[in-house]
Every structure is written in structure tokens, then in C-alpha cells.
Write a protein that binds this ligand. Structure first.
Ligand SMILES: NC(=O)c1ccc[n+]([C@@H]2O[C@H](COP(=O)([O-])OP(=O)(O)OC[C@H]3O[C@@H](n4cnc5c(N)ncnc54)[C@H](OP(=O)(O)O)[C@@H]3O)[C@@H](O)[C@H]2O)c1
Length: 229
């Protein structure tokens, strides 16, 4: 089994209640934790609250900033083993006609950040012996409503991206005649948690994230795990 000692885990969007809970649990489990948010003041507060955490501020929806962040992080900690993606937020309501462009652009930032962060740290995660990448999606992906259409569509896109990452973690080797061999378990796993609401579930999420390093990647890769109260 893997554990978190000497692992570096980056939390993308670390200053919310859930981000703080995940950061705390990962630190307690022995990980090096890189906490990222766009607001420098909130990151400095988190550093003061959780001594040992490595704070970084960057706009994760800006590709250049994400690239610069990755270089700073590698200089400070070496390669990253895990990414916990928590950039989110909700806008909606008003039925189909209420699904405005402005709200869509706001919601889509979460998916954009996921794409940037997963790509910039992908090489690290696939060469790690215990790479993990995690998102928190929503049960609305399975039961979207008119008022949630933008939100559910963005979460569905994020889940699709995670399935692609899961395939990337577990490539099928090709045999001597070029045929794909049965899938071998890789060292990495892309995992989607789904919740209805995170309120009150922050510690459950934190424990579940830590547990990802206590299970084998082959059992986790591609999993969609619902967290219920
Ligand atoms: N809350 C719920 O009930 C619920 C339900 C279903 C799914 N989820 C999902 O669970 C995840 C965590 O939810 P949450 O409620 O804890 O999220 P949240 O309150 O929206 O927190 C988002 C975090 O991301 C940071 N952030 C926002 N924009 C950023 C940017 N451009 N660059 C860097 N950091 C940025 C925020 O800090 P700064 O503003 O300081 O940058 C904050 O730390 C999200 O993906 C959310 O969609 C939540």
C-alpha cells in the first residue's frame, strides 16, 4: 500500500471550508501540501492557520499563470504526486432561459482550471508511483434540471475529462504484433467524488481524499464515488 509520507499533493482551490479540511487531513497524514488559491490574502491566512503548508497564489483559469505556478512548485517541492481540484462555485436557477452566458462563463472556469492543472502536472502524476487526481462533482450530472443546466453540463464535461485521465493512467501495452494487451494496473488514479451538497461533508471528503493513498490505484482509477451525509 502507498502512503502519504514524502508525497506532494497540490490543492487547487484550497481556501474554502472543504479545501481547508482536505489540507488539514493531508498534512496530518504526512503529505507535503501545496495550497493554491487566487487570493493571496486568503492563502497567507491559510498558511498561518496550518503551519507547514506551502501556499501559492495563482489564477488557475489563466494558462500562463498555471505554467509559472508549476515551475515554482517543482522548484519548492519537486514533482507533484496528487492534485485535488476544488475550484468551483454555483450559479443557476431561472429555468432554461435563466442559463445566462455570464453564469456559464463563471461556471466554466472550474473546467478550464481542471484542464490546465491536470495537463501541467500530468507528467508528474503518471511518473509518480502513486499519482492521484480528484474532482468533486455533483449528483445533478445524473439528474440535471432546467435551472441547473449550465452547472450540470460543466460538471459532466469535468467528469468526461476525468474519464480521459483515467484512460491515460492505465494505458494498454501493445504486443509484438501491435495488438492491445489486457489493461495493466497503473500507479495512478483519477477519481470523481459526487455530492449533493458539501455542507457538513467537508471532513468526510478530507478523509476520503487521504484514503485514496491507502488503496491500490487499479481499484480506484476511473471511480465515481458518491459521498452522502
Ligand atoms: N459546495 C457544494 O455544496 C458543492 C456541491 C457539489 C460540488 N461541489 C464542488 O466541490 C468543489 C469544492 O467546492 P467548494 O464549495 O469548497 O468550492 P468554493 O467555495 O467555490 O471554493 C473554491 C476555491 O477555489 C478557489 N478559486 C476560485 N477561483 C479560482 C481561480 N481562478 N484560481 C485559483 N483558485 C480559485 C477559491 O479561493 P479564492 O477565491 O481565494 O481563489 C476557493 O479556495 C467544487 O468543485 C464544487 O463545484 C460543491
Amino acid at each position: 500500500m502507498n502512503d502519504l509520507a514524502n508525497r506532494t499533493v497540490l490543492i487547487a482551490g484550497a481556501t474554502s471550508t472543504s479545501g481547508r479540511a482536505v489540507a488539514h487531513a493531508l498534512l496530518d497524514a504526512g503529505a507535503r501540501v501545496v495550497a493554491v488559491g487566487s487570493d493571496e490574502g486568503r492563502i497567507r491566512e491559510l498558511e498561518a492557520e496550518l503551519p507547514g503548508i506551502i501556499g501559492e497564489h495563482a489564477d488557475l483559469t489563466d494558462g500562463d499563470e498555471v505554467l509559472e505556478l508549476s515551475m515554482r512548485v517543482r522548484a519548492r517541492t519537486g514533482d507533484v504526486d496528487g492534485v485535488i481540484h476544488l475550484v468551483g462555485g454555483w450559479r443557476g436557477g431561472g429555468g432554461i432561459m435563466g442559463q445566462t452566458e455570464e453564469d456559464y462563463r463563471f461556471l466554466e472556469r472550474s473546467f478550464t482550471a481542471l484542464r490546465y492543472v491536470s495537463r501541467v502536472f500530468w507528467q508528474d502524476m503518471i511518473t509518480s508511483t502513486a499519482g492521484r487526481i480528484v474532482i468533486v462533482s455533483s449528483v445533478t450530472v445524473e439528474s440535471p434540471t432546467p435551472g441547473n443546466a449550465n452547472y450540470a453540463a460543466v460538471k459532466a464535461a469535468s467528469e468526461s475529462w476525468m474519464r480521459s485521465l483515467a484512460h491515460g493512467f492505465a494505458p494498454r501495452p501493445v504486443d509484438a504484433v501491435g495488438a492491445q494487451m489486457p489493461r495493466e494496473p497503473g500507479g495512478g488514479a483519477a477519481v470523481t467524488f459526487r455530492v449533493k451538497s458539501l455542507a457538513g461533508l467537508e471532513d468526510r471528503l478530507a478523509t476520503s481524499v487521504v484514503d485514496l493513498w491507502r488503496a491500490e490505484a487499479a481499484e480506484l482509477n476511473g471511480a465515481v464515488i458518491e459521498l452522502r451525509p
